[in-house]
Design a protein around this ligand. Sequence first.
Ligand code: ZN
Length: 265
Amino acid sequence: MASNGDNSRMVTATFRFYEELNDFLAPKQRKQEFTVPCARAATTKHMIEALGVPHTEVELILVNGESVDFSRPLQDGDRVAVYPRFEAMDVTPLLRVRDRPLRATRFVADAHLGGLAHMLRMLGFDTLYDNYYQDDVIVALAEQEGRIVLTRDRELLKRRAVTHGCYVHALKSEQQLREIFERLDLARSARPFTRCLHCNAPLRPVAKASVLERLPPRVQAHYDRFSTCDVCSRVYWEGSHWRNMKQVLDGLLSNAQQPGADNSS
Ligand SMILES: [Zn+2]
């Protein structure tokens, strides 16, 4: 902890946050410039998180019009603009605050996001989830296995060890899925029905004959394609669950092909 007993060492900086980052701010600070005191040693990251925005949500920081990283110390009179990830604007010439995306898109979801985790698995994304995960376990899994943390707990995303995370704004799992798909541009990497919904293990196609005696009569009569999980031995087929999810996915894919087509709600 830096000593902050000497008030003459305080500096003030002016902040403006853009787009959904405003959701994290106190109401009076949203969608406008505001000036706040900062300790002299404070970096952009310290102040952005002190104002309520987890570092994982930030993609670009401009100080006095120049792109900087999280370690930039704030100086008196600095004007700081903070942006989330954006699709529409080309920021490649600017410095991004994070080196590069993780190699594979893998997730660990917190205990409140079971519905979202289930849908991500259904779409083939490696997603760890357990009702009993404590925050420390989530952070360790993210760090050791290069997983993106999904949560509605902003304090969790402020942990230093969490380099990649998504604060999930929506409350309903289908909207949460849409939000994550748009933010991470996932539509093209979805591999629906390739992963076990219960244990997150990859599914393997199997011949109908080899699972026939485990199928209810109605399924025996109506379906021909099956896959199985080698961990829990469950058998999957393209039933009503599959059709519902296919509809959701088709919606996400058609949205991805027409950017900006539906930004309502
Ligand atoms: Zn399984």
